[in-house]
Write a protein that binds this ligand. Structure first.
Ligand SMILES: [Zn+2]
Ligand SMILES: [Zn+2]
Length: 175
């Protein structure tokens, strides 16, 4: 597979818990197939030190503003969104196959965000409860024009952090 960030050839790397594709001659990014990232995204899960320390070659330039195509589905442009409601790490995820592309350093940062999957879920639940339950509900109460805006904002939030959006879990239903 070809690296979506710098165009180098990715190298398959088998670690204790996952098989990933690493851009070790190029930008240092890592490709995780669907569900693989979830096996190493928390501090108590074993992650190969090589992955955590993955660095790009100083000779490779990466344009971080450019949209990237999925290395598995080359015709599909990946979606860029925050990995968690902390909104610290922006990842690229393929809407087709569900895989993730991480730039160097991002895996370590993601692992430092929450102690467990449960903590991550609770934080997301609280965050969305605030947004959907209070702020947007107040806007909706103020009339149809504001309600329309509230829907638009709600839809936007789905895309900011889709991995933690829980359909139908808002007081005023799914959208
Ligand atoms: Zn690369
Ligand atoms: Zn894909």
């Amino acid at each position: 597979m070809i690296c979506p960030a710098c165009g180098s050839e990715l190298r398959e790397m088998k670690t204790e818990s996952v098989v990933v594709d690493v851009c070790d001659g190029g930008c240092g990014g890592i490709w995780f197939d669907r569900f693989e990232l979830q096996r190493v995204d928390e501090p108590h899960e074993a992650a190969c030190p090589v992955l955590l320390a993955s660095e790009g070659s100083p000779h490779v330039e990466v344009d971080h503003g450019r949209r990237r195509n999925c290395p598995r589905c080359p015709d599909t442009v990946m979606m860029r969104h925050f990995f968690s409601v902390k909104q610290q790490v922006e990842v690229d995820q393929c809407p087709g196959c569900g895989g993730y592309w991480l730039d160097p350093g991002e895996l370590a940062l993601i692992r430092s965000e929450y102690g467990s999957e449960e903590e991550r879920r609770v934080a997301a639940r609280e965050y969305f409860k605030d947004i959907f339950g209070h702020e947007l509900a107040a806007m909706r109460a103020e009339g149809s024009e504001k309600a329309e805006r509230a829907w638009r904002i709600a839809r936007m939030f789905r895309y900011i952090c889709p991995s933690h959006y829980i359909p139908g879990d808002q007081p005023w239903g799914a959208f």
